[in-house]
Design a protein around this ligand. Sequence first.
Ligand code: UD1
Length: 424
Amino acid sequence: MDKLVIRGGEPLLGTVRVSGAKNAALPCMAAALLTDEPVILENIPQVRDIQTTRNLLAAMGAEVELGYGRAHHRTTIHCQNLASPEASYELVKTMRASTLVLGPLVARCGRARVSLPGGCAIGQRPIDLHIKGLELLGAKITQDHGYVEATATRLRGAEIAFDKITVTGTEDLLMAATLADGETILQNAAREPEVADLAALLNKMGAKIQGAGTATIRIKGVAKLKGAKHRIIPDRIEAGTFLIAGALTGGDLNIAGCDPTHLVAILSKLKETGVKTKSTATSVRVMGDNPFAACDISTEEYPGFPTDMQAQFMALATQAEGTSIVTENIFENRFMHAQELVRMGANIKIEGRRAVVRGKTPLSAAAVLASDLRASASLVLAALVADGETIIDRVYHIDRGYEKIEEKLKGVGAQIRRIGNMLP
Ligand code: UD1
């Protein structure tokens, strides 16, 4: 099993380039199920979740070509014949976002059978809102043997008000509604940039969607969708992780190829800590100037502070002067990184959904365990400023969502290496 070995203490200097957003690429790949023509996606990140989605689509009968490097990180997905509209437990258990195929499959094939995801490291994460929405669109839902099966001769438009804001739930129903008969209105929809990116692709495919990126999305169903070419937006969470890396290490880091308009909540929190940043249309430069001040964060749906940046921010808070309160409102069990940070010398007390971080405490290298994708990122960040050599085990979590993290960090001066050779 791969491990990352990081020797702390080097300021990060230079330019690091952000990859395409995994969380936009996944629904866009699922959207290819809605048409029998090829869909070409560019700026696809080279991460394990993309490979999993490729396997998922291929198992249904799709032809999926993936090319990296000079091929512009491009994938071409052609779903001409979908022999088997099913997502197996084997795939869903490794990637919950596999449930994104439910909506498009039932809309296109009239039938979908998808394994129910179990609980996961960060919380229960049910998909009841996806199911409820599909029922409102006229699908008949049955559940047995751990699978959910949806059938419909043709979905019909409906007004759907989400009880709770859900990102993949919004995306799943958005895709299903494109081929429904009549108009669908999604209320209390997720406003994440990844939802807007998916809608941009769907509109290029011939869908009629208005309002994506706001809380109310209107979709006029069409009879058929066609192929299209689309470039995935930059990964705002990867960009945010590098911003914190630059700040923490007291470096001078230019984060290129990002979209600062998607980073407003993160940039404003960095400003509160006293960290200086300078944005252009496509980059942010972070100038780490220790010491920096403690500040509180509270995770919220977009445009609030992202839960996917909470763990990384906690690593920063360990090195800030004063007490930071980190409140996690989206997932009930997303503090697994805290205990590992404590093992490295951080002072963190968990009180329910709140973590109280008292800084600044020196961090010392230790053998630590990555428990989920973003928790692993926070351990990498802590290791970059720890005294000595940190060994991070279960790196496969980080490979799910960060493209070649050790190469990117090494390129800007980090002392980091991978042991083993299980790159995605
Ligand atoms: C997506 C992101 C993930 C991010 C999360 C929150 C992808 C592939 N993943 O996950 O990186 O951390 O948004 O920004 O885009 N919920 C229900 N019932 C449902 C669906 C969700 O109760 O049917 C709850 C969840 O348990 C959670 C909250 O709603 O407490 C938000 O979850 P959701 O937005 O659905 O997260 P994902 O789409 O799974």
